[in-house]
Design a protein around this ligand. Structure first.
Ligand code: ARG
Length: 433
């Protein structure tokens, strides 16, 4: 490892200890590096604003930082364990490109606010991407709801047959769910949209940094004011981000569970796309629903990441190196969710609905509620109507489930799915992101 930024004359360093302290940090910083560079450019511009750097020096440094970004894109610069972390790599790169002036870049900032700002930018970007992916999933579900608006399937409570329902209702529940997740992700993005840069190590710094200007340059909504508060947000904004990501993960879990269950021979309601299944190494007959099973497993992974963060955040005021441990669960949670969400639209679009199986699973007893409601409308008290139907369940006849489905006409119910309203919400969110 190269000399760390903080190395002093005659300091002794033990390689093994250094490796332990760096941990996986430098590899995780690969996710943060472009954002760290973006914030460094804003910091340099701020230093030039207050003449702490000459305009020429600032331009030279800025051009080198831009070059670093394209070197990263082109695979010409690799962040690896030659460096203690991404912050050191930026300074090292600058010194190698622009010489002594590269050492000016850290004036007025600490790695503490540097990592905070890079993380905030990373999280904003992650929330936007997760919201867009959630909307893609919502669109796919909405399309299937439209195509099967009144196609019957049983509605269950307690996993027991309850009332006739529709594929339209089932699919629209995911459309609205993913859309609502996108809305939460958007709100969370707004909540964390605050700039910590300029708070330095957590106590401010003795130059008049143009903090509001830096906030604007980085397109943050607000400036984090109190430097100790800014430090205290390390890990806790990450927790809120993971908590927002957990919502689409939870909807993925419900969808995946439904698909696993409904694709069993016992139900036979759906057939999974071949790409979503695998075979068995011993049983030639098997088509296992591995994809939905693994998708079902991402909500617990995100919960685990949240628990890791919560346990780490038991600290007094100020920066503590323990906080480095908050990076990994955040990045693991974000990456895991992206990988899963990306697969959802295809899974929804390519699952086959076995209409006959669904329809034949609706038995006459499932019209009991319709009949009790009808008797009450005809003048009986609902409780008397309910008892009458309960005492005469055997008298219920088979009928066309579409009639029952279409008769449930209040907003959102099977006869009135409000798909246009769900679509309007999806469009509004997409425009807002
Ligand atoms: N890798 C460190 C972290 O994630 C960067 C900040 C280091 N600050 C310090 N004072 N040692 O927290």
């Amino acid at each position: 490892m190269k000399q760390p930024l903080w190395a002093k004359a005659n300091a002794s360093m033990d390689e093994r200890t250094m490796r332990f302290m760096a941990g996986r940090d430098v590899h995780l910083d690969q996710h943060l590096l472009p954002f760290d560079i973006q914030a460094t450019r804003a910091h340099v511009a701020g230093l030039a604003d207050i003449n702490a750097l000459s305009g020429d020096t600032a331009s030279t440094i800025d051009a080198a930082l831009e070059q670093m970004l394209s070197d990263i894109d082109a695979g010409k610069f690799i962040l690896d364990d030659r460096y203690e972390d991404g912050h050191s790599a930026i300074e090292d790169y600058l010194v190698s490109r622009v010489g002594e002036d590269g050492k000016r870049v850290h004036l007025g900032r600490s790695r503490n606010d540097q990592v905070l700002v890079a993380l905030r930018l990373y999280m904003k970007d992650a929330l936007t991407r997760a919201a867009l992916l959630s909307l893609d999933a919502a669109d796919a579900a909405l399309q299937r709801a439209r195509a099967h608006e009144f196609d019957p399937m049983p509605g269950y409570t307690h996993m027991q047959r309850a009332v006739p329902s529709s594929i339209g209702l089932w699919m629209a529940s995911f459309a609205e769910g993913f859309c609502s997740s996108a809305s939460l992700l958007r709100l969370t993005r707004s909540w964390i949209d605050e700039c910590p840069l300029g708070t330095a190590a957590g106590y401010g710094v003795n130059i008049d940094l143009p903090r509001e200007h830096t906030t604007e340059r980085l397109a943050f909504e607000r400036t984090l004011l109190n430097p100790m508060h800014a430090q205290a947000t390390r890990g806790s904004s990450e927790l809120q981000v993971l908590s927002a990501l957990w919502q689409p993960a939870q909807i993925i879990r419900r969808l995946a569970w439904d698909l696993v269950l409904f694709s069993t021979a016992e139900f036979g309601f759906v057939s999974l796309p071949p790409a979503a299944t695998t075979g068995s190494s011993i049983m030639p007959n098997k088509h296992n629903p591995d994809l939905p099973e693994l998708l079902r497993g991402i909500a617990p992974i995100i919960s685990g990441c949240m628990t890791e963060l919560q346990c780490t955040l038991a600290l007094p005021s100020g920066y503590h190196r323990d906080l480095q441990h908050t990076k990994e669960p955040l990045i693991r949670g974000v990456t895991t969710l992206f990988q899963a969400l990306e697969l959802i639209p295809d899974l929804i679009s390519n699952t086959t609905f076995n209409l006959d199986r669904m329809r034949s699973a609706i038995d006459p007893s499932m019209y009991a509620t319709d009949d009790a409601v009808q008797l009450a409308i005809d003048g009986h008290t609902f409780r008397d109507a309910y008892r009458h139907v309960a005492d005469n369940l055997d008298a219920l006849d088979n009928r066309d489930p579409a009639v029952s489905i279409k008769a449930r006409s209040s907003l959102g119910a099977t006869g009135n799915l409000a798909l246009a309203q769900i679509e309007a919400r999806i469009t509004a969110l997409r425009t807002d992101l």
